[in-house]
Design a protein around this ligand. Structure first.
Ligand code: C5P
Length: 238
């Protein structure tokens, strides 16, 4: 049996930008909640235990979405900011999960991450990297804006960062404690580790792992699923 790989799935955000009446992670994509799709993608990529971070008043609904999930899972209560939710998930993982040398942090809002991308992150942490992020090239032309105007940025040197991000659990726990002590806000977990001087390794991400933020993202994600289905059944393009 392979060594445990624990994933913290942060799912405690609201659905405000999506205009949804339920938390974003519970919004259905072709009938299946984003959270459920994220959980299954992680398991297919090698995750063995899940800590799902949820809004405190939504435990029952989230539990229903996870019924029949093929690996052991538990819940943690989310915080005001994403980094608070990750810290809450790490605290629960430390008590609940078996000893593990790899922890992933994944946004429930990235339901279509391919298992291969998850596996690349896990392999890099197993290979000794303390912090690993999946990245993709930036397709748009980018301008940097400041009080003096704007200027073009060479996009060949830019990468967009996705999840799941992978870590040595000791490194990530220490990094989050340091954030809390210093009162610092970061946009992702790799940045928290980088603050303490840990190198961040990059692996290839996937454009399929788009983050669902607004309703157009749900339309695109639905098209990605249709395309996957066509490829799986060998059907021609429409
Ligand atoms: O809001 P955004 O899409 O950037 O959030 C990224 C992920 O973090 C989502 O899966 C969301 O549910 C989660 N989150 C959280 N707790 C918060 C804010 C966001 O678990 N307080």
């Amino acid at each position: 049996m392979s060594e445990p790989v624990v994933a913290i799935v942060v799912a405690a955000g609201s659905g405000v930008r999506l205009g949804a009446s339920v938390p974003k992670a519970m919004v259905p994509l072709k009938g299946v909640p984003l959270l459920r799709r994220s959980a299954e993608a992680l398991v297919a990529g090698g995750v063995t235990h899940l800590v799902v971070v949820v809004p405190d008043d939504q435990r029952r609904a989230f539990g229903v979405a996870l019924l029949g999930c093929p690996v052991p899972w538990t819940m943690a209560t989310g915080g005001a900011r994403r980094q608070d939710s990750v810290a809450a998930g790490l605290a629960v993982a430390g008590e609940w999960a078996p000893p593990h040398r790899v922890v992933l942090v994944h946004d429930a809002a990235r339901p279509l991450v391919p298992p291969e991308a998850v596996a690349r992150v896990i392999a890099a942490v197993r290979g000794g990297a303390p912090a690993v992020v999946p990245v993709v090239a930036v397709a748009d032309t980018i301008r940097a804006v400041d009080e003096n105007g704007s200027r073009i940025v060479d996009r060949s040197g830019l990468r967009a960062v996705q999840t799941p991000q992978g870590f040595d659990p000791d490194v990530l726990v220490t990094a989050h404690r340091a954030l809390a002590c210093a009162g610092v806000v970061v946009t992702d977990d790799a940045a928290a580790c980088e603050r303490l001087g840990h190198p961040v390794s990059l692996v290839e991400g996937s454009t399929d792992a788009l983050k669902i933020t607004t309703s157009i993202d749900l339309v695109v994600a639905g098209a990605v699923l249709d395309d996957r289905e066509r490829r799986a059944t060998g059907s021609p393009q429409p």
